[in-house]
Design a protein around this ligand. Structure first.
Ligand code: FBP
Length: 549
């Protein structure tokens, strides 16, 4: 594979790791834990993995030296740093014993079930150190939830002598990791299951997990692009740019990009829901910013939109909840099968309540159609396929035309549209993500060596220099509660949405009125990999604000 000069230099980068992980460790255990909600139900569903303590690794004199065969799976959407989790895990298991082996299951959890795998060797891993992407073994969204899948899995794990499996995924994939850990523990199959917190969306975090990996690099990549657009629009002064950014449910990415670039408008889905805003309220809010800037002769600006916003508008959220129910076959719990998209839409329209039908029919046909069509394997609406940025700018245009007639808008309005998602998911990891991910992977090998199962690998204190980071593990059951999914109540990891009383949102809310009217743009520029630490090793503003509490 031909490489650029940066790639060559980057391949030689040595990720920084917590001091504790540089030598032998032992697990210091805290008190027993409880799940974040529905304790009784979660305890009953996970009798073998419920209530385990949070673990912190501390230095020890005892060297763990037993060889271990480990399997690794990349699950769900790509996030920068996945290759570093695998290289940290590889180095970690080899440091336990040169005899240890690491196998990668191909194209996501499906590789375990279909017995598609490859051994990860020194030569292979060296090609992928500090690179973006998940292409070393590929990723997929197969949902691991059925006993037949778990049994197919154990066949190949036994054949390869694998006694520990590391699942690198978001909240849905780690929920599945937890179910698998419980199943293998109940059956006494002797296979440990460890999770790693991945997702650019940043919504897998809590008291124990400071951030999900990939969020840092993805936000910096999008912020670079938003900054470039802002400089362009401040130069030509003729366009309003509507920029949708990824983040299926939570608005962490949009908020972080706003903190980095100070756009004129940034929508936060969680606030839209809390304020019970209608689609028209959202449109009025944006149109007001456009009209106010026009009063100063500024017929240009930027609007950052979280891709999941549509699901947070209360009337649409209610509609989606009912769509999810009717699209599930109650006898199997599986999605209903339809011969065609048109048949599916006709069925939906005939099955939902009148008020929901009215909301559906009020939406532009392309949006309504996407809401009625298939979910991803975890039951999520595929919001990346809904062109919210165009929908909103169309509606703002209509409103401004009306206001012009009424003498309430004196300017010009011309829009450009962008969607930043796939551009950032496979970017070369920032130093923060390169170090954090490598540490998460290496740390997973220590959880394995300590005999843990049903744990997620965690690294804390990451706003401090890496030397002082604190490695450990958190029982996955601790993050679970019961939620309605695909027409049934399911145990799932609770998603971390933007907290409206949290420091990042409060900082944004206290500045946004100035950013809306004035041109306060910040141009963050590209991620820097080499150079002064204050340029290269900064975490996200979200994390810095949260940890400054
Ligand atoms: P994960 O939750 O699996 O990390 O994926 C998140 C995400 O990147 C969302 O931001 C986006 O809506 C979705 O994946 C897109 O999924 P796909 O890759 O299937 O198009």
């Amino acid at each position: 594979m031909e490489k650029s000069a940066l790639q060559v230099a980057r391949a030689a980068y040595q990720p920084k790791v917590p001091r504790v992980l540089k030598g032998a460790v032992e697990a210091k255990e805290g008190a027993p834990t409880e799940s974040v909600g529905n304790q009784k139900e979660i305890r009953e569903l996970f009798p073998n993995t419920y209530g385990m303590p949070v673990v912190e690794f501390v230095a020890s004199d005892e060297k763990q030296a037993k060889p271990v065969n480990v399997g690794v799976i990349l699950s769900g959407g790509q996030a920068p740093g996945g290759h570093n989790v695998i290289s940290g895990l590889f180095d970690g298991v080899k440091s336990l014993s040169k005899e240890s082996k690491l196998y990668g299951f191909l194209m996501g959890p499906g590789g375990l079930v279909d017995h598609k795998y490859m051994e990860i060797t020194d030569e292979l891993i060296d090609e992928y150190r500090n690179t973006g992407g998940f292409d070393i073994i590929g990723s997929g969204r197969t949902k691991l939830e059925k006993v037949e899948q778990f049994e197919k899995g154990i066949e190949i794990l036994r054949k390869l002598g694998i006694t520990a499996l590391v699942i690198i995924g978001g909240d849905d994939s780690n929920t599945n990791a937890c179910v698998l850990a419980e199943y293998y523990a109940a059956k006494k199959y002797g296979v440990q299951v460890i999770g790693c917190p991945k997702t650019i969306d940043g919504d897998l975090k809590n008291e124990q997990i400071e951030t999900s990996f990939g969020f840092d690099t993805a936000c910096k990549t999008y912020s670079e692009l938003i900054g470039n657009i802002q400089r362009d629009c401040n130069s030509s002064r003729k366009y309003w740019h509507f920029i949708k950014v990824m983040g299926r449910s939570a608005s962490h990415i949009a908020l972080e990009c706003a903190l980095q670039t100070q756009p004129n408008v940034c929508l936060v889905s969680e606030e839209v829901e809390a304020k019970q805003m209608t689609l028209d309220d959202v449109v009025t809010y944006i149109a007001t910013a456009v009209a106010n800037r026009a009063l100063d002769g500024n017929n240009f600006g930027t609007v950052v939109i979280p891709e999941g916003i549509i699901e947070f508008i209360p009337a649409i959220k209610k509609l989606i909840a009912q769509l999810n129910e009717v699209l599930t076959d109650p006898s199997t719990g599986e999605p209903r099968a339809f011969a065609s998209a048109d048949e599916q839409i006709a069925f939906v329209k005939g099955s939902i309540e009148q008020d929901n039908l009215a909301v559906l029919e009020s939406l532009p046909s392309d949006v309504a159609r996407q809401l009625c069509l298939d979910r991803d394997p975890h039951g999520n609406v595929q919001v990346s396929l809904i062109e919210t940025e165009k929908l909103l700018s169309r509606m703002v245009d209509t409103k401004l035309k009306q206001w012009k007639k009424e003498g309430k808008f004196v300017g010009k309005f011309s829009a450009q549209h962008h969607f930043f998602g796939y551009e950032g998911r496979c970017a070369a990891p920032s130093n923060y993500d390169a170090d954090y991910c490598y540490s998460l992977g290496f740390n997973a090998s220590r959880l394995i060596a300590s005999g843990k199962t049903g744990y997620m690998s965690i690294i804390k204190n990451t706003t401090a220099p890496a030397e002082q980071w604190v490695p450990g593990g958190v029982p996955i059951t601790m993050m679970m509660n019961i939620e309605r999914r695909n027409g049934a109540n399911k145990p799932v990891i609770r998603k971390a949405l933007v907290e409206l009383d949290g420091a990042p949102f409060k900082y944004f809310a206290s500045h946004r009125d100035v950013w809306a009217r004035q041109t306060s743009y910040v141009y963050p520029g590209p991620i820097q990999y080499f150079g002064p630490s204050e340029v290269c090793d900064q975490c996200t503003k979200t994390l810095a604000l949260e940890q400054a509490k």
